[in-house]
Design a protein around this ligand. Structure first.
Ligand SMILES: [Fe+2]
Length: 251
């Protein structure tokens, strides 16, 4: 793409250059000026289109998946959101992925790890939980959970819970573009948790406060995996004893 602008590539085709480009191609190379204006646009040129997904419309379809596939066979029972301008890329927008995951009481997903980072917003349900690097936390509607890249994580719904739907968000498509992703299944399939339930929130959930006396948190992400956005007082509405044994923050 030629541009008649100073500083931009504007080389006309000639028979001599055509032969030259052909020789470059035989050496798996090319002349940058033939593509420079395309691969370095003046400004971002997103192909994603505005799209609104109606939860009212999506919810029955998501619940339908409960009877159609098991989490064992599906790996993760998720209905993903596809941007109409990004067909074929699995993207919700740009290179970001998002989907609605649904689980029945008593179901759990295999513990795993990947290079991409994930976040989870709980929309509805009861009795759901996530375990991040051995730290288990219960989940309720309005909870916002992070599973940073490289952490072991698994999730499920307790047998006395209710059907739970949450929205996942991952940067895996972007990580894939960098050829940097991996996926690993935990050797035990389900993580063992040696920490008190919700310990990460109890230890690190106090705004402006850090626990005294223990080892310092050294990982490059928040040690508090769960933030309750819809009901910020829920976790503290009934007194909970702080864990007597200080949980470690490392996996
Ligand atoms: Fe994951």
């Amino acid at each position: 793409m030629r541009e008649d602008v100073i500083g931009r590539a504007n080389v006309e085709d000639t028979p001599e250059l055509d032969r030259y480009y052909h020789e470059l191609g035989r050496q798996e190379s090319y002349a940058l000026w033939t593509v420079a204006n395309s691969i370095e646009p003046w400004h971002p040129q997103p192909t994603s289109l505005p799209q609104m997904w109606s939860y009212k419309a999506m919810r029955p379809l998501v619940l339908q998946a409960l009877d159609l596939v098991s989490p064992e066979k599906a790996g993760r029972r998720v209905i993903a959101l596809e941007n109409p301008g990004r067909k074929g890329t699995s993207a919700c927008v740009g290179w970001l992925y998002s989907g609605l995951q649904v689980m029945k009481p008593g179901e759990s997903a295999t513990a795993h790890s990947h290079a991409s980072s994930a976040l989870r917003f709980i929309i509805e349900g009861k009795g759901a939980y996530t375990v991040v690097d051995g730290h288990k936390m219960d989940l309720a509607a309005g909870d916002f959970v992070i599973t940073p890249n490289g952490t072991w994580h698994d999730h499920g719904v307790e047998s006395d819970g209710a059907v739970t739907i949450w929205q996942d968000g991952l940067d895996m498509l972007l990580v894939n573009q960098l050829d940097a992703n991996f996926y690993a299944v935990h050797p035990d399939l389900v993580q063992k948790s040696n920490h008190p339930l919700n310990d990460s929130t109890m230890v690190y959930g106090g705004a402006g406060l850090l626990p005294a006396g223990g080892e310092a948190w050294s990982k490059p992400y928040s040690p508090s995996s769960n933030t309750n956005g819809a009901a910020p007082t829920r976790r503290w509405s009934t007194p909970r004893r702080r864990p007597t044994a200080r949980p470690t923050t490392a996996s």
